[in-house]
Write a protein that binds this ligand. Structure first.
Ligand SMILES: C[S@@+](CC[C@H](N)C(=O)[O-])C[C@H]1O[C@@H](n2cnc3c(N)ncnc32)[C@H](O)[C@@H]1O
Length: 251
């Protein structure tokens, strides 16, 4: 709670002022669900659009890929992903309330973020979020960009990686990029031979985002599946990830 207040998460973020969406806020991990307590779920804190944008710009290809934010909250990263030519823009979150803010349906939440985006930008790929614990998620097939903004701890991350590896093994998944912002359990991905690094960068918040998040920059590490790997990884992709508290820094 203290981290949420002092990091500026509660202040209305510029993206919400500009678009009329509601993605700002902070929800502590023990208030995410009533019925599925899990001490590995991290609080709802929101990524900076400029960081997501720069991370996605670093990918060699977007066309033909499905964007999937694991722990999408109210859908801020989904909103940014609609700026890119993904085939589908999807998210899942364990919190019913956060997904209601992300989504729109015919009966509820007329101002939900997906509806606002679809009205303002009818030509963009539509965003859609669903309520699901990642432990129960069935991954989409084809080519995937998995996005994470430090949503959970090591064992949930291992479950996610096993699911992706299974999908790759049975050819349901063709190729995967894992775009991990604030990669606190980067070790879990590095330990798996089926994935290899694509890039490792630190991006500064855009000037108008300063004081709307806990820091002024975010580390972002990107991996891809060894299966159908695309050549051209960055020379600095193997930079070491160091952790201080709940923040990852690159050497
Ligand atoms: C740090 S927030 C990131 C929100 C969003 N991805 C963004 O970048 O703005 C982490 C999110 O992960 C969700 N989460 C945590 N554990 C989860 C789980 N086991 N399954 C699905 N979502 C989970 C939380 O509800 C929270 O919204």
């Amino acid at each position: 709670m203290i981290k949420g207040v002092y990091s500026g998460c509660y202040r209305q973020h510029p993206i919400d002022r500009i678009l009329g969406t509601d993605t700002s806020g902070f929800v502590d991990s023990d208030r995410l669900t009533n019925d599925q307590p899990c001490d590995e779920n991290n609080a709802y804190m929101v990524c900076q659009p400029s960081i997501v944008r720069r991370a996605l710009e670093s990918l060699p290809v977007i066309e033909g890929y499905t964007f999937l934010d694991l722990g999408c909250g109210k859908g801020r990263a989904l909103i940014v992903a609609t700026e890119f030519p993904f085939s589908a823009v999807l998210g899942c979150d364990i919190s019913r309330g956060l997904v209601a803010s992300a989504n729109a349906n015919a009966n509820a939440n007329a101002n939900a973020n997906a509806r606002i985006l679809a009205t303002r930008f009818p030509d963009r790929t539509k965003m859609r979020a669903l309520v699901s614990d990642v432990r129960e998620l069935i991954f989409p097939t084809g080519k995937l960009v998995i996005f994470l903004y430090n949503p959970f701890g090591q064992s949930l991350m291992s479950d996610v990686l096993s699911g992706l590896l299974n999908g790759l093994e049975v050819d349901a998944i063709e190729h995967v990029f894992i775009v991990y912002c604030n990669p606190v359990v980067a070790d879990a991905v590095d330990a798996i031979p089926g994935f290899r690094r694509w890039s490792a960068d630190t991006y500064e918040y855009a000037p108008n985002e300063l004081n709307f998040g806990p820091t002024a920059s975010d580390a972002v590490v990107v991996w891809q599946s060894v299966k159908n790997a695309i050549p051209g990884e960055s020379a600095a992709c193997r930079r070491q990830v160091n952790i201080e508290g709940s923040t990852a820094y690159l050497d």
